[in-house]
Write a protein that binds this ligand. Structure first.
Ligand SMILES: C[S@@+](CC[C@H](N)C(=O)[O-])C[C@H]1O[C@@H](n2cnc3c(N)ncnc32)[C@H](O)[C@@H]1O
Length: 325
């Protein structure tokens, strides 16, 4: 009961001002990395709108799968585990997991995100649960620092398809280096059903483009440019699906750019950025793996798969893994 009344602790390793400075520095270099789309109150609000939108079913499908499988997942989690979530968003999926964990013990919960507002929202989502809550505003990439704030063993979660926004070698190395041998890695992915090159995979890759090229997703991606003064007709949002080579063969990856159609200046807090006609602003990406490709990557990056949970239509998967020792 006492834990329920305890105020959550919040640690801010990066401030809104730092993020605004990063936006300026990145735009000067013609980059708009995805993490900047979630920054500030508007970024958090835009993500929550997209997340709830009918035309963007990615995160919702993964939440439904988690809800369906949580009973089974719970059986794999030892009772003393705390929960860490990287890129927590509004923490709805973590609530589903915590409701299971509190049946066995009194876990500590560490909600981590680059967006201070989303950390607040994640803490609010579990306000009534009897867990000790810590919010941390920081970069996934700084996992070595973040790790100092939690108490192992942990159920270490990267949910909502966030795993697919990173180079597989990079994210798996980062996770491997920072997990202890008793920790469990839980992540989810929106995947291509069937083998690479199969008709099912080709059809799914076309629908991937439909999802990411939807109006809602385009608006989410364009927001920082619009907010700082660019007119809609001054640029094009382009999203392509490309093939990239990897250690396990060819993979599908989205490629997002903003193509500038007319000279425009943006007035940011840190200074002015000017774009010329023909400039291209590079953005983040999402990998679209098949199930076999993810498993192959886990294997070569020295993870043992404990259990996988596939949705009936095989387009969503949840994976429990451990680092191989
Ligand atoms: C695709 S959303 C998923 C959110 C949530 N896990 C869900 O399932 O709804 C990605 C989340 O990761 C956060 N994020 C993106 N890049 C980040 C980074 N480099 N460091 C920390 N958080 C980041 C975003 O703010 C956002 O909340």
């Amino acid at each position: 009961m006492q834990t329920m009344q305890q105020n959550p602790e919040k640690i801010e390793l990066i401030s809104e001002k730092d993020l605004k400075e990063k936006l300026y520095e990145n735009l000067k270099q013609h980059h708009l990395p995805d993490y900047l789309l979630y920054a500030g109150s508007e970024g958090a609000k835009n993500w929550l709108t997209l997340n709830g939108s009918e035309n963007f079913p990615v995160a919702r499908g993964l939440k439904e799968l988690l809800r369906e499988k949580v009973e089974e997942i719970g059986r794999f989690i030892p009772s003393c585990m705390n929960l860490v979530s990287l890129g927590v968003g509004n923490g709805e999926k973590e609530r589903i997991l915590l409701e299971k964990l509190v049946q066995k013990s009194s876990p500590s919960y560490y909600a981590i995100d680059i967006s201070s507002k989303l950390v607040d929202s994640a803490l609010e989502t579990v306000r009534d649960l009897p867990v000790k809550k810590t919010g941390i505003v920081g970069f996934i990439e700084e996992l070595g620092v973040l790790k100092n704030y939690w108490r192992p063993p942990v159920l270490f979660c990267i949910l909502g398809n966030t795993f697919c926004n990173y180079e597989p070698d990079f994210i798996l190395k980062l996770v491997r280096e920072n997990l202890d041998s008793g920790d469990i890695f839980l992540f989810d992915a929106h995947i291509l059903p069937g083998a690479e090159g199969s008709e099912a995979a080709k059809a799914a890759s076309r629908s991937v483009l439909g999802t990411y090229a939807s109006r809602e997703n385009a608006l989410f991606n364009m927001y920082p440019l619009i907010h700082y003064g660019m007119a809609l007709e001054d640029f094009d949002f382009e999203l392509l699906l490309s093939h990239v080579d990897s250690r396990i063969g060819t993979l599908y990856r989205t490629r997002k750019t903003m193509n500038i159609l007319k000279e425009t200046s943006l007035e940011l807090d840190s200074g002015t950025v000017t774009f010329k006609e023909g400039d291209i602003i590079g953005m983040g990406f999402t990998y679209k793996y098949t199930y076999d490709q993810i498993i192959a990557f886990l294997n070569i990056c020295e993870f043992d798969v404990l259990r996988t949970f596939l949705s009936e239509d095989r387009t969503n998967v949840i994976i429990l893994a451990k680092k191989r020792t």
